[in-house]
Structures are given as structure tokens and as C-alpha cells.
Design a protein around this ligand. Sequence first.
Ligand code: SF4
Length: 109
Amino acid sequence: MGKIVFWGIIRTGILLPMIWITSGYIETKYWWTLVTLSVYGVIIHPAILQYKIFREENLPVVEDTLCSSCKHFDVTAVLCMKYDEHPTENYLPCGGSDWEPGDGEKRRI
Ligand code: SF4
């Protein structure tokens, strides 16, 4: 998830000066259209795609591993908070020995 935010900030940092530079060359009514389209196309749409990929890649970990029911698991980052590592389908940072029951609620990313 941090990667999505990081690249969103990078894209915003690149896009803003470009938008500012073009403001002197394009009529205002077209400029706002350009701003809207470029913000969506350069910042929002790639972030949505990255999030979908992130979700698809991590759904098996969130739904089918021991970590998914552990109180140390942060579902939004798909991270074991106790070991500060990312569990996978084939790797649990604690090997199952430090599992503790969570709140019992179904978690979603
Ligand atoms: S303590 Fe173990 S079971 Fe719990 S989230 Fe971390 S690796 Fe998974």
C-alpha cells in the first residue's frame, strides 16, 4: 500500500509543475479540461490499477493464511506487526508459533 502512495506522490510531483507551466500557453477553459484529464490519467487511474493488482496479489494471504485471523496482522498493509514482515501464502514470519486470536471479524483489503 505504501508503494501506491509513494508513486502517487511522485506522479503528483511531476505533474504539478507541468500543469503550472502549461497554464500560460493554453486558454483557461481548455486548461481546466486538461488539468482534470491529466490528474485522472496520471494520478488517479494508475493508483486504482496499482490497488487492484495489490489486492489480487494479496487476497490469498488475507483470506487463507493463519495470519488472517491473528491479532498481529495488519490487513491494510498485509503486514505482521509483531515481526514487521509481509507474510505470504508459503511463509509466515513466526512459523505459526506467535499466533494469537484476533477480533474474529472478517477482514478485507
Ligand atoms: S504473529 Fe505469526 S501468525 Fe500472527 S501475523 Fe505475525 S506471522 Fe502471522
